[in-house]
Ligand binder design. Sequence first.
Ligand code: PLP
Ligand code: COI
Length: 341
Amino acid sequence: MEKKNIDWGNLGFAYMETDKRYVSEYKNGAWDDGALISDATVTMSECACVLQYAQTCFEGLKAYTTEDGRIVTFRPDLNAERMEASAKRLEMPVFPKDRFVDAVTQVVAANEAYVPPYGSGATLYLRPYMYGKNAVIGVKPADEFEFRVFCTPVGPYFKGGIKPLTIRVSDFDRAAPHGTGDIKAGLNYAMSLHAIVSAHKEGYDENMYLDPGTRTKVEETGGANFLFVTKDNKVVTPKSGSILPSITRRSLVYVAKEYLGLEVEEREIFFDEVKDFAECGLCGTAAVISPVGKIVNHGEEICLPSGMSEMGPVTKKLYETLTGIQMGRIEAPEGWIHVIK
Ligand code: PLP
Ligand code: COI
């Protein structure tokens, strides 16, 4: 398979149209057979439920070229399960797990020419999503839906690659107590747009959101969960009912315990504790593990001892082990790697 002529090493995290995407339609209470199509546009009613009432959820996962030249995805079954939770919470029909994994597989295989080569620093990002498509004017769910998967080759999510980030504590919340923070609803990201634009204007890379109930505990950022490392090398990560259950974070917790022999605590983390941590990282599919060097709370700076020039040592070990598993350099736990070809 001849690869596209793309400057893989200089890709940012941006959309590039690829050749094929998968579509399945839900009508009269059932999903159709689904198919790969070439048209990258969507046509729908001006009154579609997604346009009026934001009835949409999505997923994000990546395909990798491994060291030995296979093409794989990482734990797509967990994305299917999380999308099931999102769909149920948003009154949408569930797209079956085996069909979700099959759709992802078909899209990667059909766009093989866009899967970045091993060692290029780029990956193929996959975006499964679902939305309410028919016209709805009273506030109620749609009864016709589309499930789609497209893909796009991407580089690092943050501009500087793996240079430590500076983030700020946001005055805006992204989620509500007992709201939708724990599912991957498009509306959560709409909530974060003003906060991210204003953070960027003020020179910050991302927002740290605090718990919307008491604003005393660390939650997550707009697109990643937090991992902290204590001065005695314990990995600590927030537990909250209003953050997204990150697949990367859940995988890193396992890697920390089972591969690196580290102690891990998943618990509430008060913002007041942050000044005592040795390292901080943002973890997610897009973010992988992006180190944080500085956290600013209304002018008060917390400078992590790991500094502003490189990743802290524990974060680095986690990063190398996780990416080693994803790229086939390190043996993966049973069931983590889904081989496309
Ligand atoms: N938190 C938010 C708000 C996200 O958008 C994401 C990205 O998917 C994550 C966390 C990380 O989740 P995952 O590791 O499953 O990609
Ligand atoms: C991901 O990491 O897949 C995300 O969805 C984060 C962001 C791009 C929205």
